[in-house]
Each structure stands twice: as structure tokens, then as C-alpha cells.
Ligand binder design. Structure first.
Ligand SMILES: Cc1cc2nc3c(=O)[nH]c(=O)nc-3n(C[C@H](O)[C@H](O)[C@H](O)COP(=O)(O)O)c2cc1C
Length: 212
């Protein structure tokens, strides 16, 4: 089938204002649970967009490792392109695409580094190979070849031989704290349901339906 003619009919029950939780994090959690139950691949994956040093947007996928009232937590290299961009502009947007359920959630907000203790706890919970990989990879830097990574991995293995792997100082978490979250549910005839939550000065959320 040509890409031009590829179309999916979104036969879903839709999303009604009356069904929405007044709290968008609770609403997100409900949809996340349904995505996980439906075996959507990597339901905690979000495409994170930052503001590049040339002023343009820059996007990549990261995995969310915690969600609470403060927002969406993810972990990465603090020297990476995304982290240096976030230090310069503490704003980001993200999108979850749960395509099997014909759903999308968009998030806009501000970012902050997680407390060192929180990053330590999460790092300690990671598989040892991932911990060593965090030492081995100078994320976002040009490298000569794969051999360079393998050499650095061997160095990390030797350094931490017989003991726990420390969290590298250049590795840790960020939290994206939303001020806008939009829930999109595909419907027939491209008349999809969209609801946007906007954070108000009194910390309540204003909810409005948007045209698809
Ligand atoms: C499914 C998936 C999950 C990913 N999860 C993470 C993650 O949690 N943290 C991370 O730093 N990179 C993750 N990556 C890699 C990023 O997309 C990206 O390549 C890397 O972070 C470097 O991005 P940057 O150069 O813009 O900083 C993931 C990629 C994919 C495809």
C-alpha cells in the first residue's frame, strides 16, 4: 500500500468531559495503565522535545521512570545534548503515542534536575550492565567507533570489579513538571476528541475541549 493511501479508522468509544479526572496526572495514570494492559510497546516511552542552541526544537525518545504530582521523571546523561539544552532553557514538551489505542498525550512544562538522592536510588535499581554503560558512554559526543565504547566499558568493569557501581556524576534524572496536558482520542471521520488541561494560578486545572 502506498504511504499516501495508508489510513486507520479510529473506531473507539471516544472520550467525554464527564469521564475525565479533574487531575491530569491521575488521568494520565489511567491511560498509562490501559496502555500497559493492552501491551502497547514501551508504554512509558515519551518523545521529549527541547530547545536547541540554534533556537530550533530537538526531539528524542526517553523512558519515564516515575510519575507523581511533580510530573514525569526520566534519567539521562547530564552532559548529553538534551541536558545541556535543558540547563540553558528549562522548558520542554513531550508526547506519549499509544497508537494501538489511538491515543496521544501531549505535555508542556518546565524541567528541573531530580534530587541526587532520588537519582542515586534509581541508579542503584538498574541492571549492572546499564550502570556500567552509563560510565562507558559519553552520550551525544562523536566517537571514532564502537571499539572506543567497548574499551571504556572494560575500564568501567575493571574499576568497579567486585563492588557496587557508583552513580556517575554526569548521570541523573530530570522531572518535567507540566502546566499543560492534552489528551487525544481518535474517533471516526477524523472528528477526534481532544481535551486540554491548563494549570491555573490557584493550582487548579482548567479543562477545555479542542477541535480536532
Ligand atoms: C525506546 C527508547 C527509549 C530511550 N530511553 C532513553 C532514556 O530513558 N534516557 C536516555 O538518555 N536516552 C534514551 N533513549 C535514547 C535517546 O532517544 C537519545 O538517543 C539519547 O538520549 C541522546 O539524545 P541527545 O543527544 O538529544 O541528548 C531512548 C531511545 C529509545 C528509542
Amino acid at each position: 500500500m502506498s504511504i499516501r493511501d495508508r489510513r486507520v479508522q479510529y473506531e473507539t468509544a471516544g472520550l467525554e468531559r464527564s469521564e475525565l479526572d479533574t487531575n491530569p496526572i491521575a488521568q494520565w495514570q489511567r491511560w498509562y495503565d490501559q496502555a500497559a494492559q493492552a501491551h502497547v510497546a514501551e508504554p512509558n516511552a515519551m518523545t521529549l522535545s527541547t530547545i536547541g542552541f540554534d533556537g530550533g526544537p530537538d526531539s528524542r525518545i526517553v523512558l519515564v521512570r516515575g510519575v507523581d504530582e511533580s510530573g514525569f521523571a526520566f534519567y539521562t546523561n547530564y552532559d548529553s545534548a538534551k541536558s545541556t539544552q535543558l540547563v540553558a532553557h528549562a522548558q520542554a514538551s513531550a508526547v506519549f503515542g499509544w497508537l494501538d489505542l489511538h491515543r496521544q498525550v501531549r505535555v508542556r512544562g518546565t524541567v528541573a534536575k531530580l534530587a541526587e538522592r532520588v537519582s542515586d536510588e534509581y541508579f542503584a535499581s538498574r541492571p549492572r550492565e546499564s550502570q556500567l554503560g552509563a560510565w562507558a558512554s559519553p552520550q551525544s559526543q562523536p566517537i571514532a567507533g564502537r571499539d572506543e565504547l567497548l574499551t571504556r566499558l572494560a575500564e568501567a568493569e575493571q574499576r568497579f570489579s567486585g563492588r557496587d557501581v557508583d552513580r556517575p556524576p554526569h548521570w541523573g534524572g530530570w522531572v518535567l513538571t507540566p502546566h499543560e496536558i492534552e489528551f487525544w482520542q481518535g474517533r471516526p471521520s477524523r472528528l477526534h476528541d481532544r481535551f486540554r488541561y491548563v494549570l491555573q494560578p490557584d493550582a487548579s486545572w482548567f479543562i477545555e475541549r479542542l477541535a480536532p
